[in-house]
Design a protein around this ligand. Structure first.
Ligand code: FMN
Length: 152
């Protein structure tokens, strides 16, 4: 699925939080496996992201539907999505009350990879516009990350 409501939660161990609607097929897969991957998309595949977020894996093969490729992950069962610029493999830290009441899942990142044109030695490089990461504004509207500047 496409998921915009994702945030970092901690450094050590690295953790993330993500909101996964109870009616999605993705939610069923996460609850059954206790795992998921966060694939960080870029502008070049924004149309595919929208497609992935506009149909359900219950009804279609999402990879074929969105025209996305996949490759094996390092630590979890779910595959990773080609064309993204970073990949976080996650294991759910079960918090049943948060999951049921708020659709909120907390997870530990157990493996991470990045395209070194975009992220190298702990820093975002924001090179090519087509490789910039996406922010979703709803209604099919996206923005890319802007330029980095030093606060004075
Ligand atoms: C750009 C975008 C971002 C989205 N973000 C979220 C999100 O953060 N959480 C969520 O539950 N659904 C989100 N959605 C909706 C799901 O991606 C959508 O319901 C998807 O079709 C579910 O597929 P599934 O049934 O195969 O899991 C988003 C959709 C789009 C297009």
């Amino acid at each position: 699925m496409a998921a915009a409501w994702v945030m970092a939660l901690d450094f050590d161990p690295p953790k993330v939080a993500v909101v996964i609607d109870a009616n999605t097929y993705t939610r069923r897969l996460i609850e059954a496996s206790g795992e998921f991957a966060l694939n960080i998309p870029c502008r070049a595949i924004a149309g595919k992201v929208l497609k992935a977020g506009s149909a359900s894996g219950r009804d279609v093969d999402k990879f074929a539907h969105a025209g996305l490729g996949k490759f094996p992950s390092l630590q979890i069962g779910a595959p990773l999505v080609e064309g993204c610029v970073a990949w976080l493999e996650c294991r759910v830290l079960p918090r049943p009350d948060n999951e049921k009441r708020h659709d909120l899942f907390l997870a530990e990142v157990v493996a991470a990879q990045a395209d070194d044109r975009v992220f190298r030695e702990g820093r975002w490089l924001l090179a090519d516009e087509s490789l910039r990461t996406l922010h979703y504004f709803g209604g099919g509207d996206f923005a890319t990350t802007g330029d980095i500047f030093k606060a004075s």
